[in-house]
Design a protein around this ligand. Structure first.
Ligand code: BTN
Length: 277
C-alpha cells in the first residue's frame, strides 16, 4: 500500500475520529451525522434542521451522489477524496445579514487551509476559495427565515483535498490540496481545524459583530482593483472591485464611474491589466 493509500484508508470522517482532540464547545460537539454516501450533506442537514436539530450539528459524508453547488451546479464529490461538510446554525441575526455567514465560512475555510498547508489561499467573493486562481473550495449557504428572524442556516463547505484528477468540464478551473502540495492531507485533521476556527470566528461575531471577519476577508482576497463580470439575478455588470464593505457587500465601479453595492452574485474574474505586463 502506498503512503497515500494508507492515509486514505485510516482517514474516514467517523464521528469518533473527528471528536478525538476536537477543540470546540458547540460545533460538532454533540451531533455529528456521518454518511458513507448520501445525496448531499446540505440536503440532509436541512432535513435535520426542519426536525429541530440543534445549532452546531455537523453532517459529513465520504461521498455525495448529488453534491450541489450554487446555481444548480453539481459539486464533484468522489468517495474519500474531498471534504463535504454541512453545519446547522441558528444565529440570532437579521435575515438580511445571512450572506455574512457565507463570508465567515470562506474566511474559516481559507484560514484552515493556510494553517495546514503552505499554499497561497485566496477568497473569491462571496463563496469560492482559490489557489493559483483555481477553485479548491466552495460554499453553499441555505437559509430558512421568517420576515425578521432566522430559523436555521445550513452552510455547506466542499474542499478538494486528495483528488488527483477532475472531470473534463472542470479540469482547467479546479485544483486540490494534493495537486498543489504534492502531499495528501488528512481530512479528519482538516475538519477539526475548520470547526475550531469556525467557532472562534462565530463567537467574535456574536460579541463584536462581523466587522473583524470582513477585515480578514479583505486581507484574504486579491479582488480589490480586479476587473470582474457579475451576474446579479440575471443582470450582468462589468467593472472594477473597489472594496468589500463592513457589511460584506462588494462595491463595484462600472465603466461609467457608477458605484454598485452587491450583496450576492456570481462573479467571474476578468484578466487584470497587469496580466499582460
Ligand atoms: C459552489 O462553489 O458552487 C458551492 C459548492 C458547495 C459544495 C458543498 S459540499 C458540502 C455541501 N453539500 C452540498 O451538496 N454542497 C455543499
Amino acid at each position: 500500500m502506498s503512503t497515500r493509500d494508507e492515509l486514505l484508508a485510516s482517514d474516514l470522517l467517523l464521528p469518533t475520529e473527528i471528536r478525538k482532540g476536537l477543540d470546540t464547545e458547540v460545533l460538532g460537539k454533540s451531533n455529528i451525522i456521518y454518511f458513507r454516501e448520501t445525496d448531499s450533506t446540505n440536503t440532509r442537514a436541512k432535513a435535520l434542521a426542519v426536525r429541530g436539530a440543534p445549532e452546531g450539528t455537523l453532517v459529513v459524508s465520504e461521498k455525495q451522489k448529488k453534491g450541489r453547488g450554487r446555481k444548480e451546479r453539481n459539486w464533484f464529490s468522489p468517495s474519500q477524496e474531498g471534504l463535504y461538510a454541512s453545519l446547522i446554525l441558528r444565529p440570532n441575526i437579521a435575515p438580511r445579514d445571512a450572506p455574512k455567514i457565507t463570508l465567515l465560512t470562506a474566511v474559516a475555510g481559507a484560514d484552515t487551509l493556510l494553517s495546514l498547508t503552505q499554499l497561497k489561499v485566496n477568497i473569491k467573493w462571496p463563496n469560492d476559495i482559490l489557489v493559483n486562481r483555481k477553485k479548491i473550495g466552495g460554499i453553499l449557504t441555505e437559509i430558512s427565515a421568517e420576515r425578521d428572524a432566522i430559523d436555521y442556516i445550513v452552510v455547506g463547505l466542499g474542499l478538494n483535498v486528495n483528488m488527483r484528477h477532475f472531470p473534463d468540464d472542470i479540469r482547467e478551473k479546479a485544483t486540490s490540496i494534493l495537486i498543489e502540495t504534492g502531499k495528501p492531507l488528512s481530512r479528519v485533521q482538516l475538519i477539526r481545524e475548520y470547526l475550531r476556527r469556525y467557532e472562534e470566528y462565530y463567537e467574535v461575531c456574536k460579541v463584536v459583530g462581523f466587522e473583524p471577519i470582513m477585515e480578514r476577508c479583505r486581507e484574504l482576497t486579491d479582488m480589490i482593483g480586479h476587473r470582474i463580470m457579475v451576474d446579479v439575478s440575471g443582470e450582468t455588470y462589468f467593472g472594477k472591485v473597489k472594496d468589500i464593505d463592513r457589511d460584506g457587500a462588494l462595491i463595484l465601479e462600472d465603466s461609467k464611474g457608477e458605484y454598485h453595492r452587491i450583496l450576492s452574485a456570481d462573479v467571474s474574474l476578468l484578466q487584470r491589466d497587469s496580466d499582460n505586463d
